[in-house]
Design a protein around this ligand. Structure first.
Ligand SMILES: Cc1cc2nc3c(=O)[nH]c(=O)nc-3n(C[C@H](O)[C@H](O)[C@H](O)COP(=O)(O)O)c2cc1C
Length: 245
């Protein structure tokens, strides 16, 4: 349709990177463009930490899986949902942040996600690639300790960025008819459509360039959704001052 939409449809996570560095100017340009994402109530509740220190990077790569691409990527960013800076802004006016509302948690987390998606898209527009790293939430307290992330802020996910050293095919998404509806939520989810999507994803998994597997989307979800994932998150978020009320 146009170059932007083509770029968005060409997205695929990149986990192998060439040795080429990403210079500071390029990274700052990407972040500055990404900051133009919409932000709820203009709170701009995101802080991004670039992890350059080898030991810190290695520790995060380990706790995230281990995931070797976290250690090897030219750039590794940690995206924090952040009300800490807002507390400083409020104190200028002798105002105090109301702490711990679920709505604040939602607001800050959405802000982070919007900014981060802009980051990966801006990077892709320059020929770079990357991958989000939710694995840092395996041990978010250690990430906070390593990066000195204070209360009223938490690490939502990381992101590897760099110049691609592989060219995987894009992963097929659900058909738009499965996610877009008019005026009301569907009475049921079209089983035939899910069966067809299973065939599409099975073909993708059997034919991609690495980690071939006989898998389908519904089977993957049946496994993933029936497990408790990172059950420590509620207590962790409460300890950081989120999600108290
Ligand atoms: C919030 C978030 C966390 C993710 N965490 C990881 C991760 O820890 N490791 C990883 O290799 N990929 C991770 N991914 C990448 C997804 O697996 C990937 O986006 C998805 O399988 C779709 O593939 P694609 O990005 O190639 O289209 C994450 C993606 C998102 C949005």
């Amino acid at each position: 349709m146009n170059a932007t939409i083509d770029l968005m449809k060409a997205h695929r996570s990149i986990r192998k990177f060439s040795d080429r560095e990403v210079d500071e100017k390029t990274l700052k340009s990407i972040i500055a463009a990404a900051q133009c994402a919409a932000t709820s109530h203009f709170v701009q509740a995101t802080t991004v930490i670039r992890v350059r220190d080898r030991q810190k990077r290695q520790a995060i790569a380990e706790l995230a899986g281990p995931q070797v691409w976290v250690a090897r990527a030219p750039v590794f960013l940690v995206f924090c949902a952040d009300f800490n800076r807002l507390a400083s802004a409020c104190s200028i006016h002798d105002s105090v942040v109301e702490k711990g509302w679920a709505e604040q948690f939602v607001t800050a987390t959405i802000d982070v996600a919007l900014l981060a998606q802009n980051v990966i898209l801006a990077a892709e527009s320059l020929g770079m690639g990357g991958v989000f790293i939710g694995g840092i939430r395996n041990d978010p307290q250690t990430v906070c300790d390593l990066l000195e992330i204070p209360d009223q802020a938490y690490p939502v996910f990381g992101m590897c960025l760099g110049w691609p050293a592989h060219d995987p095919p894009p992963k097929p998404r659900l058909p738009v008819e499965a996610v877009l509806f008019t005026d009301r939520y569907p009475k049921s989810h079209d089983q035939t459509m899910l069966d067809e999507y299973d065939q599409t994803t099975n073909h993708y998994y059997l034919n991609r360039d690495s980690k071939l597997k006989d898998e389908t989307w519904t089977r993957q979800m049946a496994d993933f959704m029936s497990r408790a994932i990172r059950p420590h998150m509620k207590v962790f978020l409460e300890s950081k001052g989120f999600f108290l009320q």
